[in-house]
Write a protein that binds this ligand. Structure first.
Ligand SMILES: CCCCCCCCCCCCCC(=O)SCCNC(=O)CCNC(=O)[C@H](O)C(C)(C)COP(=O)(O)OP(=O)(O)OC[C@H]1O[C@@H](n2cnc3c(N)ncnc32)[C@H](O)[C@@H]1OP(=O)(O)O
Length: 186
């Protein structure tokens, strides 16, 4: 790994907002049309999430055959998308919408099609609007399942935004959303 990712000295660790679900409870979607988690997005990845302890969330992704990159394994871009989604969902603990500013992934092990991945993602801390996050993925079901072997890791910087952020792209929204929450202003 040749990452220059470092956490700043002035990082502070926030408390989850009051309405963030308790550990083990399902997280609401942030946007039903989202490619990563939306239940109104037939082309999407249908990830689901639960709150963990503190500022952590766990996510689940079934690695469908259509996610193939190299022969028999997940495409790296799909894994990156899943990390983006998982770390973005961890930011829900702040109670403010966010977008990704920077994301970096390490691909540690091949992930066969048919696997079920579990993501453990968290907020490491915040500085002004900057939200520092990290995550790991393990295979929990499938031919090479091993909950103790990390198959990928990620670090990401998210930025809190206001509802004006998506006002600029409102006219391009595809379809009618059923559960706008968080990152959507429509
Ligand atoms: C209740 C709500 C729940 C919500 C749940 C949400 C779930 C979401 C799940 C969704 C999952 C999917 C999510 C998706 O896929 S989101 C889709 C992918 N991301 C985007 O489309 C974002 C596009 N980029 C932008 O819009 C702007 O660049 C943003 C908004 C990010 C910043 O432009 P803005 O003009 O606003 O801010 P600023 O430029 O004054 O910068 C501010 C600070 O940030 C620092 N900085 C900026 N960029 C970077 C960088 N790349 N590396 C390092 N640092 C960076 C900068 O130095 C400064 O630092 P400092 O001077 O303060 O020290």
């Amino acid at each position: 790994m040749s990452s220059t990712w470092t956490l700043p000295d002035d990082l502070t660790v926030p408390e989850p907002v009051e309405f963030f679900p308790a550990a083990g409870e399902k997280l609401p979607q942030h946007w039903s049309k989202c490619f990563g988690c939306g239940d109104d997005q037939p082309a999407g990845m249908a990830m689901s999430f639960r709150a963990g302890n503190g500022l952590e969330v766990t996510g689940r992704l079934e690695v469908a055959k259509k996610y193939q990159g190299g022969p028999g394994v997940i495409h790296g871009g799909i894994l990156s998308t899943a990390f983006d989604e998982a770390q973005g969902m961890a930011c829900m603990a702040l109670g403010s919408p966010v977008v990704t500013g920077h994301l970096e992934i390490d691909f540690a092990r091949p992930i066969p099609l048919g696997s079920v991945l579990e993501f453990r993602a968290r907020i490491d801390g915040v500085v002004r609007r900057k939200v520092y996050t990290s995550a790991e993925a393990v295979i929990v079901e499938g031919p090479t399942a091993d909950p103790d072997t990390v198959v990928g890791t990620s670090r990401g910087l998210f930025l809190t935004i206001t509802s004006e952020h998506f006002a600029k792209t409102k006219e391009f929204v595809d379809g009618e959303p059923t559960s706008p929450f968080g990152t959507s202003s429509v």
